[in-house]
Design a protein around this ligand. Structure first.
Ligand SMILES: Cc1ncc(C[n+]2csc(CCOP(=O)(O)OP(=O)(O)O)c2C)c(N)n1
Length: 396
């Protein structure tokens, strides 16, 4: 173990057997066949295929984004391979009016909302990307770990106050659960019955810190007990299980009739069956690749540790399900891949055509700039005037 508490590469990570946890909710077996006692969600053939298409597109986006970073065409990027099932499956379980507040790795949620072209510019350094996705009910990504959780709870509390039939799905990693913001957000949500889905992506690692050094509890889901609401553990590499659990959690968060009770106050005393309640969902999954393109995972984990998890690849599993149930054939798979190539290529073309000015960075955080930020913007504009915009642009 190093001074950060991380195990040395090659040491035994307790999560070497992905299927060891029998309490983890699953629909699909490793090859995509439905498990014997599982309830397959009641979706149309088209909906099943849409989930598959979004998984394939997310995987393709991820591959291209890493490649673009290696070519110097985007900045640091957080790969999501292995984690597409939870982001895509859970977002399909929401309505378009529901708000998504995510960390930085849940790109699949953006794919489901059809926002890739608007989203990619962010990773190229354009603030306009974050503004555009907000119009699609996706809050801008958050790098300050767990700092978005209180905001997500605030937004869901506002929905409750207004009597709106909307929930907030707030995504974060296992590492975020060690931050004070996580506990404050969970406590507030429990006390005030906010329609919040706390989506914890337990991918085994917070950069080099393994899950075993992140918490002494058996699961992350059980942390909800301390705040008076339910926590559930689901196989995040199973898109259909992720869909089913999120669907049920969203119904719970909406309360019967939707939109909470509109009074913005806790119902926990009576805790009637139709009260709106938050839910913590722990998605059990694994990060196949590096933490970000600036990371080298071989410094802290044995590359062989990934193999058992690759056997549960969410894209392959969904394809296996569709094939086995006769919903897709070779031509359908080829068409999905071709469509994904086109969607991602078009998003890249669009993003590379965006022409941003350095001062754009001041435009999207505040409706009215506070005096200190205004001063900084004015200083920048004066410097641009003096030296020309080229002085602030990267040389191609
Ligand atoms: C408040 C804060 N502390 C530390 C960091 C540095 N940091 C960036 S990513 C990360 C790990 C987060 O792990 P986790 O929440 O499990 O998400 P994952 O990256 O695994 O998806 C850390 C510590 C940060 N961005 N913000």
């Amino acid at each position: 173990m190093d001074e950060n508490g991380a195990d040395a590469p090659g040491s035994t990570d307790p999560r070497t057997d992905p299927l060891a946890d029998e309490d983890c909710y699953r629909v699909l077996g490793p090859d995509g066949s439905p498990l014997p006692d599982a309830t397959v969600p009641d979706l149309s053939d088209e909906q099943f295929r849409a989930i598959y298409r979004d998984l394939v597109t997310t995987r393709r986006f991820d591959e291209r984004a890493v490649s673009l970073q290696r070519q110097g065409r985007i900045g640091t990027y957080a790969p999501c391979a292995g984690q597409e099932g939870s982001a895509v499956g859970s977002t399909h379980a929401l309505t378009d009016d529901d708000l998504i507040s995510y960390q930085y790795r849940e790109h699949g949620a953006v794919v489901v909302r059809d926002l890739l072209p608007e989203y990619l510019p962010y990773w190229m350094g354009h603030e306009s990307g974050t503004e555009a996705i907000a119009d699609g009910n996706v809050f801008p990504l958050n790098i300050g770990i767990a700092a978005h959780l209180p905001h997500a709870v605030g937004a869901s509390w506002a929905f409750d106050h207004r009597g709106e039939d909307r929930v907030v799905a707030c995504h974060f990693g296992d590492g975020a659960t060690s931050e004070g913001d996580f506990h404050e957000a969970m406590n507030f949500a429990g006390v005030f019955d906010t329609p919040t889905l706390f989506c914890c992506h337990n991918n085994g690692w917070a950069i080099s810190i393994p899950e075993s050094r992140q918490t002494a509890t058996d699961t992350f889901a059980q942390k909800a007990t301390a705040y008076g609401f339910d926590g559930v553990r689901v196989d995040g590499m199973d898109p259909l299980a992720s869909y089913a659990v999120t669907r049920e959690a969203a119904e719970r968060a909406r309360g019967e009739g939707g939109g909470g009770d509109g009074d913005g106050a806790s119902d926990s005393e009576g805790d009637s069956a139709d009260a709106s309640r938050p839910v913590l969902i722990e998605f059990l999954e694994y990060r196949f690749g590096a933490h970000t393109t600036a990371d080298d995972p071989s410094a802290y984990r044995d590359p062989d540790d990934v193999d058992p998890w690759r056997a549960l690849d969410p894209v392959d599993r969904m394809e296996g399900f569709l094939r086995e149930t006769g919903r897709i054939d070779d031509a359908g798979v080829a068409a999905a891949r071709e469509e994904a190539d086109e969607v991602v290529a078009a998003a890249i073309d669009f993003a590379e055509s965006v022409d941003g000015a350095p001062s754009d960075m001041f435009d999207h955080a505040y409706a009215e700039l506070p005096p200190e930020i205004r001063r900084q913007r004015d200083d920048l504009l004066a410097a641009v005037d003096e030296h020309g915009e080229e002085a602030f642009l990267r040389e191609e």
